[in-house]
Design a protein around this ligand. Structure first.
Ligand code: PGA
Length: 248
């Protein structure tokens, strides 16, 4: 059985005091969620505060990480640094990293390799742009992101792939849940071709304009095991409402 996974991606939002406020409200509202893995990914500066307030109630994740273990890499952050802040998850290959910071599948593969070596649970983001979708290239793009991203690697049992169509991120235009399911099924079968075990154990998430109103429709899909939530995770009450849509 794949344990459902719901991740908040705050992106570049919230100072330390805003993080503290959020964490306190989140703790007040959240129910017992043993059936789910819950992860919050604040900016790096919020990790310690979130850990201090939430303790074991949530898992901490990072939004990015560098592929070397240490050294002269100004502005970067290492796996060991994230582990020392209490992180157990790391989002890799988010489309904003791919588009704004020129991350390609080769770079993402190097980051995944280090995450796996260091026992951080990777969440690999894949997804097509609107232009690629209109040109009927969505499946080819995602196959390539998976094959090149995972080349030579064996991801751990609790890892995840997030299907995040670029045109749905932060736009308020979510994928249709049936289409997201079709893509999740495609991702699962592609993973199965790379390594039979991945077919069963990989958790596949949907991300892109997930809200309280549409979350249940995604969670109801057979191959979707949770969500990666951006904008709607910035408000603690809204994020808790999304979590409650999971039928646990
Ligand atoms: P969104 O972002 O929920 O604001 O669309 C999702 C993401 O980028 O992970």
């Amino acid at each position: 059985m794949r344990k459902p996974l719901i991740i908040a991606n705050w992106k570049m939002n919230k100072t330390i005091s805003e993080t503290e406020q959020y964490a306190q409200e989140f703790l007040r509202l959240i129910d017992d969620t043993e059936q789910l893995d819950l992860v919050i990914c604040p900016p790096f500066t919020g990790l310690e505060k979130l850990k201090a307030v939430c303790k074991e109630q949530v898992n901490l994740g990072a939004q990015n990480m560098f592929w070397e273990v240490s050294g002269a890499y100004t502005g970067e952050i290492s796996a060991d640094m994230l582990l020392s802040c209490g992180c157990s998850y790391v989002i890799l290959g988010h489309s904003e990293r791919r588009q704004l910071f020129n991350e390609n599948n080769y770079i993402i593969n190097s980051k995944l390799r280090i995450a796996i070596e260091k026992n951080l649970i990777p969440v690999l983001c894949v997804g097509e742009t609107l232009q690629q979708r209109e040109n009927k290239l969505a499946y080819d793009v995602i196959r390539e992101q998976l094959r090149e991203g995972l080349a030579g690697l064996e991801p751990p049992g609790r890892w995840a792939v997030a299907y995040e169509p670029v045109w749905a991120i932060g736009t308020g235009v979510n994928a249709h849940p049936d289409d997201a399911q079709t893509m999740a099924m495609f991702i699962r079968s592609e993973l199965g071709m790379l390594n039979k075990a991945l077919y069963d154990y990989t958790r596949i998430l949907y991300g892109g304009s997930v809200t309280e109103n549409n979350a249940a429709d995604f969670f109801a899909q057979a191959d979707i095991d949770g969500a990666l939530v951006g904008g709607a995770s910035l408000n603690a009450a809204t994020f808790v409402n999304i979590i409650r849509k999971y039928n646990y």
